[in-house]
Design a protein around this ligand. Structure first.
Ligand SMILES: Cc1ncc(COP(=O)(O)O)c(C=O)c1O
Length: 326
């Protein structure tokens, strides 16, 4: 049973004008559960139920928890989500609205995850990791199968996505490889202060960040998955880090341009097409083709935000800029 549905792919004329190429938006923010997460997590939970599990234990500061709660409700399984203290109330409420129990544990996702692993050892319980499992990558790969049929097999010149723990990246690359699109470059975007993939690419080994300081808490895995690091040897993946301000500004721009409210974790990917010098730089380095015709951005989700939070972040970030100028 599929718990996700086919999301729209829309061509954005407004963003295309800014970016200087045709920009398509894959609207995962209107996906069941409000993000792409249900693709992989829905598939994983269905498999776990098939193995005889009755209860789902998730560790997630946001969208993965909501997706697990959604999957549990649809599959008739009970769900407990362990969230870190950094998870905003709106997200906790959204998880509870799906009928799941919420337990707050630890400062960051890593501590919440440790605790969830200890709960999952009880018989009948399944641990639903937010990003690091082959079932999750399999499920996420459906996004590319869909994209392929929506673009009628026409290969895009590049694909832009956000990276937290790397589950979306791993699934999308798997999908590209199995669709015969193994040469489509992927621009893998993080924000400053949640950049564990960039740190790993630079070091050539996994790096654990001391803390998550970005406002894009949903990208806040201190260590990216090993699979994501391995993939850089198999696929053209270009790690890109943007400031929080660019991510938040891009959320505002999408709201103005398309009347869609998304969170900074998603604004990070949008920042690439709203700041075309990023594309130009990659072209100059020979990483993207010239001319660049078509770019697809995965609009990954928007649960962990409301208009008040977004304006609070905008104010805080412009204050930081003013202080820097003093
Ligand atoms: C909205 C959003 N975008 C992107 C990501 C990154 O996904 P992944 O952890 O699979 O890299 C997340 C992770 O929670 C997310 O919530």
């Amino acid at each position: 049973m599929n718990l996700h549905y086919e999301t729209p792919l829309v061509e954005s004329e407004l963003i295309s004008q800014v970016a200087g190429c045709r920009v398509y938006l894959k609207l995962e923010n209107v996906q069941n559960g409000g993000s792409f997460k249900i693709r992989g997590i829905g598939y994983h939970c269905t498999k776990e139920q098939g193995r005889g599990c009755e209860r789902l234990i998730s560790s997630s500061g946001g969208n993965a928890g909501i997706a697990t709660a959604y999957a549990g409700r649809k599959l008739g399984m009970s769900v407990t989500v362990i969230v870190p203290q950094s998870t905003p109330n709106i997200t906790r409420n959204r998880i509870e609205k799906e009928g799941a129990a919420v337990i707050v544990h630890g400062k960051t996702w890593n501590e919440a995850n440790e605790y969830s692993l200890s709960l999952a050892t009880e018989p009948g319980n399944a641990h639903i990791h937010p990003f690091d499992h082959p079932n999750i990558w399999n499920g996420h790969s459906s996004l590319v199968t869909e994209l392929n049929s929506q673009l009628q097999g026409t290969k895009p010149d590049a694909l832009v996505l956000s990276v937290g723990g790397g589950g979306l990246l791993n699934g999308v690359v798997q999908g590209l490889q199995s669709s015969g699109w193994g040469d489509v470059p992927v621009i893998a975007v993080e924000t400053n202060g949640a950049d564990s993939f960039a740190a790993a690419c630079k070091a050539g080994k996994l790096v654990t960040l001391p803390d998550i300081t970005s406002v894009a808490k949903c990208l806040g895995a201190k260590t990216v998955s090993q699979r994501s690091l391995d993939l850089i040897k198999e696929h053209p993946i270009y790690s890109t880090v943007v400031p929080d301000k660019a991510a938040v500004d891009s959320c505002y721009k999408l709201l103005d341009d398309h009347r869609l409210l998304v969170e900074p974790a998603c604004g990070a990917a949008l920042a690439v097409v709203y700041n075309p010098h990023i594309l130009d730089d990659l072209q100059q380095q020979g990483k993207l083709p010239t001319p660049l015709r078509t770019v697809v951005v995965i609009v990954c989700g928007g649960n962990c935000v409301d208009i008040e939070l977004l304006s609070k972040w905008k104010k805080e970030l412009s204050k930081q800029d003013e202080l820097k100028m003093v």
